[in-house]
Write a protein that binds this ligand. Structure first.
Ligand SMILES: [Zn+2]
Length: 247
């Protein structure tokens, strides 16, 4: 069964080793510590930063691609659930290090010591983006596969997702007109019922260039009617970081 849902960010700047003085980083780290995985057996973490959709064979990687040494992440995986998910989803397993959308949440301690299944959706932002429809179709397929194979295990589904990337002059896109409104509506919808974000996914992509649309869409499909246990939202660099959980 799907027993738990959460959203977390994946910006390397949130790591204490990288930016210990950032107040927002502290708040985000504390909110992540407070996520409650006590009623789950395994965590499925969904990143939006792979070239293709699939489940990573191993949960190991680093931030060397960002020029950051000594930031290696590894977690036990659940090989049985990984295989079952790949089959039900109809995707080839991904051989190769996990992307930073998985590495950073692992380094932030998401899921504690629980086994982790690292899933990824095609990147729709940044260099060589894939079409949004490709990511949305993959998200739908992953949600359906999760609902089918979760079975007796208590599975936590965690979206590794940022919202708009154009929220202030410090943002990658600088300040984009309308992006802050889309984020406000997103937070409101996530706090009332994740299914209500449906109409915001398009604007999040088009207006805010949000990387997290695919993973958020997985939550939208799986957590309809679930109760929010609060959402922490920060945008210290003009990109929306969210930490929240549903039960
Ligand atoms: Zn991202």
């Amino acid at each position: 069964m799907i027993a738990h849902g959460a959203v977390v960010p994946h910006a390397p700047v949130l790591l204490e080793e990288i930016q210990p003085s950032l107040d927002e980083g502290r708040r985000v780290r504390k909110a992540i510590e407070e996520l409650d995985f006590s009623k789950t057996d395994v965590v499925v973490l969904v990143s939006p930063h792979a070239p293709t959709a699939g489940i990573y064979e191993r949960c190991e990687g680093s931030l060397r691609g960002f020029g950051i040494d000594d930031a290696e992440a590894a977690r036990d995986t659940d090989a049985g659930l990984s295989r079952a998910l790949s089959l039900a989803w109809g995707r080839e397993p991904i051989d190769g290090p996990i992307d930073f959308g998985i590495v950073v949440p692992l380094l932030l301690g998401v899921g504690g010591d629980l086994p982790m299944v690292a899933a990824s959706l095609p990147q729709t932002t940044g260099p060589r983006p894939r079409a949004l429809s490709e990511s949305m179709d993959a998200a739908r397929g992953l949600a359906d596969a999760l609902a089918t194979v979760a079975d007796a295990r208590r599975v936590a589904v965690v979206a590794s997702a940022h919202s708009s990337a154009g929220l202030s002059a410090r943002a990658p896109l600088t300040e984009v007109s309308g992006a802050a409104e889309v984020d406000r509506e997103l937070v409101e919808a996530l706090e009332s019922d994740p299914a209500r974000i449906e109409n915001l996914l398009g604007p999040l992509h088009e207006v805010g260039q949000a990387c997290g649309v695919g993973p958020l869409s997985v939550l939208r499909h799986l957590l309809e009617g679930w109760r929010s246990e609060g959402l922490t939202y920060e945008a210290p660099y003009g990109v929306g970081y969210m930490v929240g959980q549903w039960s």
